[in-house]
Design a protein around this ligand. Sequence first.
Ligand SMILES: [Zn+2]
Length: 184
Amino acid sequence: MISLPHRISGNLALDLANTISWRNTSREVDHLATFDDVVAWSKEVGLIGDNFVLSPPEQKTLYEQVLALRKAISAAGSAIANNLHPPRPDLDVIRDVAALALRQASLSGTPSTLHFEGIYRVTGAIAWSALDLLRGDELSRLKQCPPDDCHWLFIDRTKNGSRRWCDMGTCGNRAKKMTHRASR
Ligand SMILES: [Zn+2]
């Protein structure tokens, strides 16, 4: 299994989008290449525990839904971070999974919490995280890391909106080195 990526975005849906590193480059890494990777990631982010058991058809559906959501969230998030309209088919994917999940969920408590069942413990939580982001105040803080080969998305929660990099240790450092080189 490939190691899991750092979670730097501050949002569950964006963390899923960031499970591909260096997208569309020769060193692209897909951290969710298999169903087992999806389960490991879902445990890492706290959506499920060791009691998560699915039938083989459910496993296939979960894997397909996670990849569809990842593609949709990446496309919609990239568009919004670059001041473009998110593509409608991508918004539809997020809405459809959220709707399927909601039909099977229970709602309880004050303030209320949605409790998803089966595969929707993973995909329902992600789709609703994306929906909440799309409809919420933090959407204006959605940014994409600037280098062309990075593509990672994150929420800039700094007071003055000054966060530029996915991770100071990777892209931030690369940028510093390039500036040094340029100024020499
Ligand atoms: Zn980056």
